[in-house]
Design a protein around this ligand. Structure first.
Ligand code: AMP
Ligand code: MG
Length: 489
């Protein structure tokens, strides 16, 4: 095996590897849109190549080495344990990297198998594409190949391992460089490698920057801080909870990366996390994401200290992140509420709404979408948004709606609201229906249907309303994969 057994690889940024061929590869999903952007054609061989079986001329597959803070603790070397980059494609919009997830072991696989299961692969494929169309910065997906092989996983880490079908997703991004890609060299004391990686990253991906001086490094890091804050503001806007915001899962491009036990708020609850592995401390809960972004940016900044003459210049970058993130949040809420230009008195209006939403069991997506079409401030308009058994307090809701109605002079900026409040998101139970059908019958039609639906998340699409513009059904409330997810994938 090129690449060799799992081990420490000090001082390096990557290792050359060969993907392990899938025994019986079948191309189950292919994103025509992504393929067009890459200038790729779907040939008979596509499934074999994208299942890891036959690198084509020009590909020099490698696995990246990185470290990371996992749940707040430094974990040392992690790296691409089951991701293998095939190569880059030059497109109109710059270079895009093609990376297989689940194509076998690498030097960074530690004790694991380097494989991925079908359920998590469908979740990554669908969600990354849905996020793109929601306008959330993200990595993307080109294909999903089923491998014809069974992979054993203990879904809830509770001593019940079972075989599941395996799959390989090909994902796409300018690069898969993470905060942890830099941290590992600072941690190891390999400052020359750190310098080389920063120069490489900036030369290839941030050509407007010049990191030969302190000023240049600070300007580049400021941009990274801003794109990170922007990405998280989008997550908050659409109700997305990443679930594992470890620093190895933070893209240097400010892209949503590594779709694992993510989820979408259904009942609005700032304390919610879909990740059962994090259920105790809830470090990565919805409402904490902007703060964790700051924590992660701080770790990235620390890792750059060896490159600076004056390390005191790092703190202002973090301060800037905080201010930028808070402004992004405020603007997001203003857009969701159709307020137009923000006023000082808007803060209590927004905060009171968040309190009310938290106190009621009300569906975030449906609530905000219905808000776009209010014609009088009456909570009756929102009856479809409330979960059963949780009748809204009419007085409190009508009082808030009255304040909002007055604030917008009875004319909320509906066009902005309809572009900000999606009608369709990839609720966990929707993904689960697609997964059940693919696992049980090899039928990907629901996956394809959702892929199409979620290409136009802000359009009304009345033909899909009854089926997919829906609160979480009762069966999904406690179902594994819907309300409970783990890092097992
Ligand atoms: P994640 O929680 O998915 O971000 O993964 C954390 C680390 O574990 C990364 O270095 C992954 O590459 C690695 N990893 C996760 N699952 C596997 C697997 N099945 N085989 C090898 N490495 C894995
Ligand atoms: Mg990861």
């Amino acid at each position: 095996m090129v690449g060799g057994r799992p081990r420490q690889v000090p001082g390096k940024c990557w290792s050359r590897v060969t993907p392990t061929p899938a025994p019986s590869p079948t191309l189950a999903l292919w994103s025509t849109e992504m393929a067009e952007a890459l200038g790729l054609e779907r040939t008979d061989k596509a499934g074999v190549v994208l299942g890891g079986g036959a690198p084509v001329a020009g590909m020099q597959p490698y696995a990246q080495r990185y470290g990371g803070h996992q749940f707040g603790n430094w974990a040392g070397q992690l790296g691409d344990g089951r991701a293998i980059t095939l190569g880059e494609v030059e497109t109109e919009n710059g270079f895009l990297e093609l990376q297989l997830k689940g194509a076998g072991r690498t030097p960074y696989s530690r004790t694991a198998d380097g494989k991925a299961v079908l359920r998590s692969s469908i979740r990554e494929y669908l969600c990354s594409e849905a996020m793109h169309h929601l306008g959330v910065p993200t990595t993307r997906a080109l294909s999903l190949v089923t491998t014809g092989e069974q992979v054993v996983r203990d879904v809830l880490y509770n001593g019940n391992p079972a075989p599941e079908p395996g799959a390989v997703v090909c994902r796409v991004a300018p690069s898969f460089i993470r905060f942890g890609s830099f941290q590992i060299h600072m941690s190891d004391g390999h400052h020359q490698t750190l310098r080389t990686l920063v120069d490489h990253t900036v030369r290839h991906h941030f050509p407007d920057h010049d990191v030969s001086t302190d000023d240049g490094i600070i300007a580049w890091l400021t941009e990274v801080a801003e794109t990170t804050a922007t990405m998280i503001a989008h997550w908050m806007r659409v109700g997305f909870v990443h679930g594992v915001m470890n620093t190895d899962n933070m893209s240097i491009h400010g892209l949503t990366i590594d779709y694992g036990p993510y989820g979408w708020l259904e009942p609005f609850d700032v304390d919610w996390t879909p990740n059962t592995t994090d259920a105790g401390r809830r470090r990565y809960r919805y409402g904490n994401q902007p703060h964790i972004g700051a924590w992660n940016v701080a770790r990235l900044l620390e890792s750059m200290a060896p490159l600076l003459d004056d390390v005191s210049r790092l703190q202002p970058v973090l301060d800037h992140y905080m201010e930028y993130a808070m402004n992004a949040q405020s603007e997001t809420w203003a857009d969701k509420l159709g307020l137009g230009v923000l006023q000082e008195s808007d803060e209590p209006l927004v905060n009171d709404l968040l309190t009310l939403l938290g106190a009621s069991e009300v569906d975030m997506t449906i609530f905000f979408r219905l808000l776009c079409s209010v014609t009088k401030p009456d909570v009756g308009h929102f009856s479809d948004a409330f979960y059963e058994g949780r009748e809204p307090s009419k007085t409190a809701w009508n009082a808030w709606l009255g304040r909002w109605w007055e604030r917008v002079n009875e004319e909320p900026d509906r066009a902005t609201m309809r572009k900000t409040n999606p009608k369709y998101v990839l609720r966990n139970w929707m993904a689960q229906l697609a997964i059940d059908s693919a696992e049980e019958h090899g039928d990907f039609s629901i996956t394809e249907e959702l892929h199409e639906l979620l290409k136009r998340p802000y359009d009304e699409q009345p033909e899909h309303e009854e089926k997919w513009f829906q609160k979480r059904p009762e069966w999904a409330r406690h179902r594994v994969g819907c309300s409970m997810l783990s890092c097992s994938s």
